[in-house]
Write a protein that binds this ligand. Structure first.
Ligand SMILES: [Fe+2]
Length: 324
């Protein structure tokens, strides 16, 4: 199979991690994370270990284990009526408080929600990015960034004391954890080595499911047709961030209507976080989503998305214009 042997001592170390994961009922993805490699690479390493040591490693759990692992949890909401507010791609940066952020906070103050969902990329974490610093860029220290992020997220917490707070992992949010996994895997589990430790009042998960009909997660497709592709291929209403676009794409077929929804960004689109875009124009839209769902006795469910478009001077929330 074109496999080459690795150093046996190294293979023994890797095999120990694999066998320990099997004992604890973890998944190949967990092993990949602790090794700081991709899933594909982890499977390749497994074969290499087996080949080098002439042993057979145990198979790791299938998708059943997912729900028992908080970090990769598919958080389930089973409720007749749900009223949620969903914002993504905040990319919090010291001194940069966008208009969309202020409208978001005002909306939390004026209305109540069952769920407040920060749908990924709350943080930016350029200092622990795999990408090198851009020309002349002074990198924001992670400690400063996280302190700022904690303070700003606290403003949300203050305004939604009763709501359940959910935080879905975004690609930027994972940078600290990935950095530890890659460069100091022996520190895994130590306090402060995961982003979760900095936002204790939030329940972290990978995705959220409402009554089996709606999926909310940071990203899936990312082309200009993302919303359409997400709705068609998932077979559900799918709500994502990551693209920084704010739009709803209804899709209808024999099974009924569903939506692909992209939830914009809470950040200022010209902010210093986005220096990597150079000075090019960016088709991004500040705003967020209010989502209501209602499940009926006949099994049908209404999904009512209301985008709050913060490119407007006076955005509209529940049919009313908002002024700061
Ligand atoms: Fe993202």
């Amino acid at each position: 199979l074109g496999l080459t042997k690795r150093a046996p001592e190294e293979c023994q170390d890797l095999a120990r991690v694999w066998e320990d994961a099997a004992r604890r009922g973890l998944l190949t993805q967990d092993v990949a994370n602790s090794w700081g490699v991709s899933l594909r690479r982890a499977n390749y390493l497994r074969r290499q270990i087996e080949f080098t040591l002439g042993i057979k490693l145990p198979s790791l759990g299938g998708s059943k284990g997912v729900e028992t692992l908080p970090r990769f949890e598919h958080y389930k909401i089973d409720k007749k009526k749900v009223r949620a507010i969903i914002a993504s791609d905040w990319h919090i940066w010291p001194g940069e408080v966008s208009f969309a952020e202020r409208i978001f906070l005002k909306t939390l103050e004026d209305h109540t929600f069952d769920y407040v969902i920060l749908n990924g990329d709350v943080t930016d974490q350029p200092s622990v990015s795999r990408h090198g610093a851009l020309r002349g860029e002074e990198r924001l220290a992670l400690v400063d960034e996280l302190e700022e992020a904690q303070a700003r997220v606290k403003e949300v917490e203050r305004r939604c004391k009763k709501a359940k707070r959910l935080f879905t992992w975004g690609n930027h949010d994972e940078r600290l954890d990935k950095n530890i996994a890659r460069n100091a895997p022996e520190l895994a589990g130590l306090k402060g080595t995961t982003l979760e430790d900095y936002f204790k009042k939030w329940h972290f998960c990978l995705s959220i499911d409402i009554n089996g009909r709606v999926v909310i997660k940071h990203s899936w497709h990312s082309s200009i047709h993302a919303a359409h592709a997400n709705a068609v291929k998932s077979g559900k209403t799918m709500i994502t961030g990551h693209t920084h676009r704010l739009l709803t794409r209804p899709y209808n077929d024999y099974t009924g209507i569903r939506y692909g929804i992209e939830t914009g960004t809470l950040a200022g689109t010209m902010g210093p976080q986005f220096r990597y875009v150079d000075n090019n124009p960016r088709d991004w839209h500040p705003g967020f989503l209010i989502l209501e769902t209602e499940l009926y006795k006949d099994g049908s469910m209404d999904v009512r998305p209301q985008l709050v478009d913060c490119t407007l001077k006076k955005p509209v929330v529940y049919g009313q214009t908002v002024e700061l």
